[in-house]
Design a protein around this ligand. Structure first.
Ligand SMILES: [Zn+2]
Length: 495
């Protein structure tokens, strides 16, 4: 254990604090560099020194022992609700399992399946989980399946306050959409549009960013979040890009992520999604585009030419068995910036990096597919570059003290070799010992400020059980719950 007890959770320590560890990941002219037996000194919200031994006076020295002091991880598709995709791990196809609204549910009037308080709580709980996993910067994502339509300003005002209370750097605004997919018959989905509703959502998001950006000591930042390309119209996308330019923010749009989307966009617009946006002049470095798993070579050429960043979420992409990024090495060779996203539960970036390493190598047929350092770069520098924030994702003197400390002497990690290889191969964020954001101690030894995790866990489970119970209402034919989600093994009699 370490003597982190010298610090108060949720507070920025006064004076200078030197954090020592067996390994520090610093940053030089050519990217990250490892420093053995080194320390990082923080003062206020900034990094004052990185190197083997600071000569100046410090208020305290904290020895983190056999661990890695790393720049905090950046998650640009950061799970921010109670994830429903896990219900589909062993239950499919998605259209039969409540993942597309049937016509009957649309006609009976979709409604909010969670209360405003529940939505606010979920984001706070999700932000805590991100910190537990060493994530210091997050762009939240949530499913709209259980929503009446889009996300609301009220829940995002609460999310901004949660980010401030917990100490997490966020880029966000309520997600909006101009349409949705409706299940007209088994396995037959049709898009329906309501553009006015989408434009109203954009206006709300712009107002939210105007009111919230810069709050909580700069932890709250704007990012526009139109939901997914097949639920957007040309006008909504044009106005989104204009607003992003005016506000100086990025916009995130899911595209080239699935065959249903590919077919719908082809039918409506005669292009792939990247081709459609290119024809509208809407591809630029303002666009952050998860997941690119069905991107063609021509799509990737467009991304490369226009500076689009891809958010790579290998755990959720690969778990279904049907899609993987093709390929990590191919995007890298084209010079496309790759950021990372967790996008599912568990929101464990180290597990995500391990799956990313494995998937990249299977796709390329060997270790040339990706290295551990490639994945670590994506989870730090790639995210920062996608956001246009070169001050983030790297530890440098004068930069913000956004730091994650990962234990290398944890039983789940032993024996440790190179620290980056060890943490990627270990594949578990459970070894995260401490997280500093803006110089403040946001997580230490599994605890966060501003939330009792034990109580929060039971509250989250109760909310989740409640929404699962509502699945029959929005599943095709409205079968009972036990038919939508049968048990993995047959249930024993009398249980
Ligand atoms: Zn996603």
């Amino acid at each position: 254990m370490t003597d982190l007890s010298q610090l108060t959770l949720g507070e920025r320590p006064g004076g200078r604090t030197a954090l020592r560890a067996d390994w520090v990941l610093g940053h030089g002219d050519n990217g990250h560099q490892l420093i053995r037996d080194a320390e990082v000194v923080i003062e206020g919200g900034k990094v004052l020194f990185i190197g083997q031994r600071f000569g100046g006076e410090v208020a305290r020295r904290i020895d983190m022992g056999r661990s890695l002091i790393s720049p905090g991880l950046i998650d640009l598709d950061a799970l921010s609700d109670l994830d429903t995709t896990i219900l589909g791990i062993d239950n499919h196809p998605g259209w039969a399992k409540g993942r597309v609204w049937p016509r009957s549910y649309v006609e009976s009037g979709p409604y909010e399946m969670y209360s405003p308080e529940e939505l606010a709580f979920q984001k706070r709980y999700a932000f805590a989980q991100l910190l537990l996993n060493g994530i210091t910067t997050a762009a939240p994502i949530a499913s709209l399946f259980y929503r009446e339509w889009g996300e609301t300003v009220g829940e995002f005002n609460a999310a901004a306050d949660a980010a401030g209370d917990l100490g997490l750097r966020v880029f966000l605004s309520p997600a909006y959409r101009a349409g949705g997919m409706v299940l007209e018959a088994p396995d037959r989905m049709e898009p329906v549009f309501d553009e006015e509703r989408g434009l109203a959502g954009l206006a709300d998001a712009v107002a939210f960013i105007g009111a919230q950006s810069g709050r909580h000591d700069g932890l709250v930042n704007g990012m526009l979040a139109p939901d997914r390309v097949e639920t957007c119209t040309e006008t909504l996308l044009r106005r989104t890009d204009d607003a992003a330019r005016d506000l100086g923010v990025r916009f995130r749009l899911h595209m080239a992520q699935g065959t249903m989307e590919r077919d719908v966009v082809q039918r409506l617009h005669g292009h792939t999604a990247p081709g459609w946006l290119a024809s509208l002049g809407l591809l630029s470095d303002r666009l952050i585009a998860p997941h690119a798993t069905v991107a063609t070579d021509a799509d990737l050429e467009l991304y490369a030419r226009h500076g689009v960043s891809v958010v790579h979420c290998p755990l959720v992409s690969c778990r279904g068995g049907g899609s993987a990024l093709r390929s990590f090495a191919g995007l890298k060779a084209r010079g496309i910036n790759i950021a990372m996203g967790t996008d599912t539960t568990p929101p464990d970036m180290l597990l995500n990096l391990l799956v990313g390493l494995i998937a990249a190598r299977i796709v390329e047929g060997g270790p040339q597919g990706a290295s551990s350092a490639d994945l670590w770069n994506a989870a730090t520098l790639g995210g920062a570059d996608a956001l246009g924030r070169p001050d983030l994702g790297r530890l440098h003197v004068g930069g913000p003290a956004d730091i994650s400390v990962f234990g290398l002497d944890d039983p789940v990690m032993t024996p440790a070799i190179d620290p980056i290889t060890t943490l990627v191969a270990g594949g578990s964020g459970k070894v995260t010992r401490a997280v500093f954001v803006n110089g403040r101690l946001s997580m230490a030894n599994g605890q966060v400020a501003g939330l009792d995790l034990e109580k929060a866990q039971s509250r989250a489970q109760a909310q989740y059980d409640g929404v699962v119970a509502k699945y029959p209402e929005r599943s095709w034919g409205h079968p009972p719950l036990a038919e939508i989600f049968p048990p993995s093994f047959p249930m024993a009699k009398d249980t």
